[in-house]
Design a protein. Structure first.
Length: 504
């Protein structure tokens, strides 16, 4: 519905979304109350109050919709909303860097999409249109991202041919790699723990905890410990697979003629995420330990405007490829960078002192566990033989992790990119554009100073704001920085004094 001076209201069906979502829990809640012994009259009263609250919510949402409007102008995108307190937000069109579309199940049923328009800036750099008809959302996205500058850039890259269009599409078998993704497993068990907490009193009332305790006491100790562990692993893996299906089903990565990388994914909640290539400063190959053991990896974007204010971590919008075979992750990374291949070998080895540091830190981390085993044996809590076996086992494991961390350490210059690799629990291989480096930091602890090592930190406006190459020989670190970005360090360096070769 158009208003004066081009102002339009959001789609009227948006009023139904919060009302339906508010009424949906009514049926299961009433069922639980009846099972718990609540009288039907009490359930009816609860349902009436619930329905009245939903009606009030409908009135409030309807007023918010009626007094809200948006306008797509030649120079700005504007949004006005609010009943008692009016809010007017505006974004310049020439600063728009992304237009993302999201549709949860309720929006999909109603044929709606939520449009998020971003400038790449933190804080108030986003404008949200909730919600529009799906066709209108796609039209607005195309209009805001199609600019002459990006169109010209796309024409210049026409020679790339195969690199345009679809870059990657999910194969269902790749979803199996999600079973080795610890973050998804932890997310699943976090949801399960939250559900148990919500129904804790009901479970206790029906004696579920008592029955479980009796069953545990009736079986051998090894089975009482082993069965729950196996169950936790299996439930976590299965849950992570189901969660991955919801997150990544229908995943496609395409390069559009507007100079934009577009990711589309989602089974129930569909998402369309845009990333302007001019904001791209590199890519990251992330290989968590379990995923690395099964030969998998993820591909992430390093781009301006993607960093999260909390902890400096990038949000989910950075993902260019979900857990997939390592070779596929490298191929997609190379396609995104418009390179022939992604550098995965040929790294410069770091000094042996870096190996000693990692083994030492591993042993220091393992020391409390070994000490706990010794104390438990002295107090008689566990037999002496198992405690004696814990100490060398923990030391051997810490040493193995230290060696693995050292083997994963490396750096190199690859064309227009500075490439660094590090980590063992989470191995990261970062390819950062050298022209995206805006400064250098050289960090050196007391222990590094004794070993002649330092950390070379390339600062950038993208991602977490830094790319660290740890434990480089001090002289080599300066040479690496100067070779990566010639002239950037020159104003801060003093010429070395001339060497006096004359004999006294």
């Amino acid at each position: 519905m158009s208003g004066p001076a081009g102002w339009r209201r959001l789609d009227g069906r948006v009023v139904l979304v919060p009302v339906v979502l508010a009424l949906l829990p009514l049926v299961p809640t009433a069922a639980v109350m009846l099972v718990a012994g609540t009288k039907p009259a009490g359930v009816a009263v609860m349902a009436g109050i619930w329905a009245a609250c939903a009606a009030l919510l409908a009135v409030a949402t309807g007023l918010d919709w009626w007094f809200g409007s948006y306008r797509i102008g030649e120079e700005r995108v504007e949004l006005r909303k609010g009943v008692l307190s009016r809010n007017h937000r505006s974004l310049p069109r020439d600063r728009i860097r992304s237009v993302d579309l999201t549709a949860d199940p309720m929006h999909r049923v109603l044929g709606l999409s939520v449009v998020k328009i971003g400038t790449g800036a933190q804080g108030d750099g986003e404008l949200k249109l909730d919600a529009l008809a799906r066709s209108d959302a796609e039209r607005i996205r195309a209009a805001l991202l199609l600019r002459e500058s990006t169109a010209d850039g796309a024409a210049d890259d026409a020679s790339d041919g195969p690199r345009d269009g679809e870059l990657a599409r999910l194969r269902p078998v790749w979803l199996l790699y999600s079973g080795a993704t610890m973050s998804l497993i932890l997310a699943v068990w976090g949801a399960i723990a939250s559900a148990f907490g919500s129904f804790s009193e009901l479970l206790a009332k029906f004696g579920v905890y008592r029955l479980v305790g009796e069953e545990i006491r009736a079986v051998p100790l090894w089975l009482a410990i082993g069965a729950p562990v196996v169950a936790v692993v299996l439930v976590g893996v299965l849950g992570s697979l189901l969660l991955s299906v919801e997150l990544w089903w229908g995943f496609t990565l395409t390069r559009e003629s507007t100079g934009t990388l577009r990711v589309r994914r989602g089974l129930l909640t569909q998402r369309s995420i845009s990333l302007e290539e001019s904001r791209l400063r590199g890519v990251e190959l992330a290989e968590p330990l379990l995923l690395r053991w099964v030969g998998g990896a993820r591909t992430n974007a390093i781009a301006t405007g993607l960093s999260d204010a909390e902890g400096g971590k990038q949000p989910d919008a950075k993902t260019l490829l979900p857990p997939a075979p390592r070779a596929e992750a490298r191929r997609v990374a190379a396609e995104v960078l418009r390179e022939e291949n992604f550098p995965a070998d040929g790294f410069t080895a770091h000094p042996r002192a870096a190996l000693r540091r990692r083994i030492t830190w591993g042993l220091l981390v393992a020391l409390p566990f070994a000490a706990a085993a010794v104390v438990a044996a002295v107090l008689g809590w566990i037999p002496l033989a198992p405690a004696a076996a814990v100490v060398p086992s923990v030391a051997l494991l810490a040493t193995a992790f230290g060696i693995d961390a050292y083997r994963n350490l490396g750096h190199r210059l690859h064309g227009a990119y500075l490439v660094g690799r590090r980590g063992t629990g989470l191995r990261r291989t970062v390819a950062l554009r050298r022209d995206g480096i805006i400064g250098w930091r050289f960090e050196q602890s007391v222990f590094q100073r004794r070993s002649g090592l330092l950390d070379v930190v390339a600062t950038t406006a993208a991602g977490s704001g830094r790319c660290t190459i740890p434990d480089v020989r001090a002289g080599n670190g300066l040479l690496l920085a100067e070779e990566a970005v010639p002239g950037l360090l020159t104003p801060f360096l003093e010429p070395a004094p001339p060497i006096n070769t004359r004999e006294e």
